[in-house]
Design a protein around this ligand. Structure first.
Ligand SMILES: Cc1cc2nc3c(=O)[nH]c(=O)nc-3n(C[C@H](O)[C@H](O)[C@H](O)COP(=O)(O)OP(=O)(O)OC[C@H]3O[C@@H](n4cnc5c(N)ncnc54)[C@H](O)[C@@H]3O)c2cc1C
Length: 373
């Protein structure tokens, strides 16, 4: 594709964050290029509100370059860029893992035949959701983690959920360190060590769910002066700005808060800041967290531990759901605990960048347009 006219904003990655940024920018009247590689994602965005006529969709693998983005040898010129390339399953550094035919959250859902037994390495929300799904389909499931499962949440809730999973027959190996993995005649064998003791557990298949690594390879980020975090994520500040002026990042590629609604939220902020002058600030003080196990687990905002780490004064109360009158008519008979915390905090978001030429151009043209668009 040849597209020589400059864009106000170019977005690399047509997933949840990419579509959210594109829609936000199109609504702001910007000329936008959305560059997608692989399957164009985001069902609700594809079938829902369609970006305005100002949006141009380009298919191909993108790379940040001087003056814009190179896509299959063509230059998409843009004043601002948003990197929204998402993340892929991360493989843990267990000796032997590269010799084992492991499943990931993507390939596990493509299985044509269920295994008799499944070893899940990683007890975060992906491992617990998929582990329970396979267990309910009749697979013997074991979940292994170096820390307690779902440890990102409140401990009372994670512990209660672990109890439910065990009641369903799922074996949990928590606080153990995988030391080696190998293929056997019957499937795979994983060596574990904990507290000076070691054991080997076996299963027909193994699923790796140890997090998702940001997709940054081949984008030319380091050459463009865009710093990466040790985790591999694109380093951004609270305005979603990378270390290079005019280039923003949003969604899973930043390595933080890898939830679809946070991808959409951060992308909206990135698009508005790119076009309107960095006035919006990413704020997780009311961030929701939902795990779609049965029963489900949900939280909003900081955990008690996170609040204390931030030096906030915290008061908490823990209630079992069967003690909450509203839970019974809502159909909840579980005794999962509910936890509330009260605290106080204040955040300030500073506007730090002067409007760019394109913003000035757009605001001039908006001022001259009777419809304002
Ligand atoms: C098994 C599983 C369960 C999940 N469950 C939940 C859940 O219950 N709730 C929840 O909130 N979140 C959940 N998530 C997380 C959620 O899916 C992600 O947070 C969200 O999809 C991130 O959106 P994104 O736009 O950042 O990335 P993506 O949706 O991955 O989009 C990135 C896009 O960029 C493209 N791309 C990559 N490189 C290039 C390149 N060089 N050039 C052009 N395009 C490129 C990719 O092909 C992709 O289309 C789950 C994830 C998994 C894996």
């Amino acid at each position: 594709m040849r597209d020589q006219a400059p864009h106000d904003l170019a977005i690399i990655g047509a997933g949840s964050a990419g579509f959210s940024a594109a829609i936000t920018a199109a609504e702001l009247g910007a000329r936008v290029a959305l560059i997608g590689h692989g399957t164009i994602g985001g069902t609700c965005v594809n079938t829902g509100c369609v970006p305005s006529k100002n949006l141009i969709r380009v298919k191909g693998q993108a790379r940040v370059t001087e003056g814009g983005i190179a896509v299959d040898g063509n230059l998409i010129r843009a004043d601002n860029i948003i990197i929204a390339t998402g993340a892929s399953p991360a493989v843990p550094p267990i000796p032997g893992i590269e010799t084992v035919p492991y499943l990931t959250s993507t390939t596990a859902l493509d299985l044509a035949v269920l295994p008799r037994s499944l070893l899940v390495i990683g007890g975060g929300y992906v491992g617990c959701q998929l582990g329970q799904m396979f267990a309910r389909a009749g697979v013997v499931v074991r979940i292994v983690d170096i820390v307690p499962i779902l440890s990102a949440g409140e401990p009372e809730i994670s512990t209660a959920l672990a109890g439910y999973l065990r009641e369903e027959g799922i074996a949990l190996h928590e606080g153990v360190r995988p030391t080696a993995i190998r293929e056997t005649a019957r499937g795979v064998a994983l060596d574990l060590s904990a507290g000076g003791k070691s054991e080997t557990i076996e299963a027909e298949q193994v699923l790796v769910s140890t997090g998702r690594r940001p997709n940054t390879a081949g984008l030319g980020l380091e050459e463009a002066g865009i710093e990466l975090l040790p985790s591999g994520g694109v380093k951004v500040d609270d305005q979603m700005r990378t270390t290079r002026a005019g280039i923003y990042a949003a969604g899973d590629v930043t390595g933080r808060d890898q939830f679809v609604y946070m991808a959409a939220y951060s992308a909206r902020i990135a698009a508005e800041n790119a076009l309107n002058g960095d006035g919006r600030c990413y704020d997780t003080t009311a961030m929701p967290y939902v795990v779609f196990t049965d029963p489900q687990m949900a939280s909003v905002g900081l955990t008690e531990a996170q609040a204390r780490e931030q030096g906030l004064s915290v008061k908490t109360s823990v209630l079992s759901l069967d003690q909450v009158p509203r839970a019974t008519p809502a159909g909840s008979s579980s005794s999962l605990p509910t936890r509330e915390a009260a605290r106080s905090s204040a955040r300030t978001c500073w506007r730090r960048r002067a409007p760019t030429a394109s913003r000035r151009r757009r605001s001039r043209s908006k001022a001259g347009s009777p419809s304002g668009s």
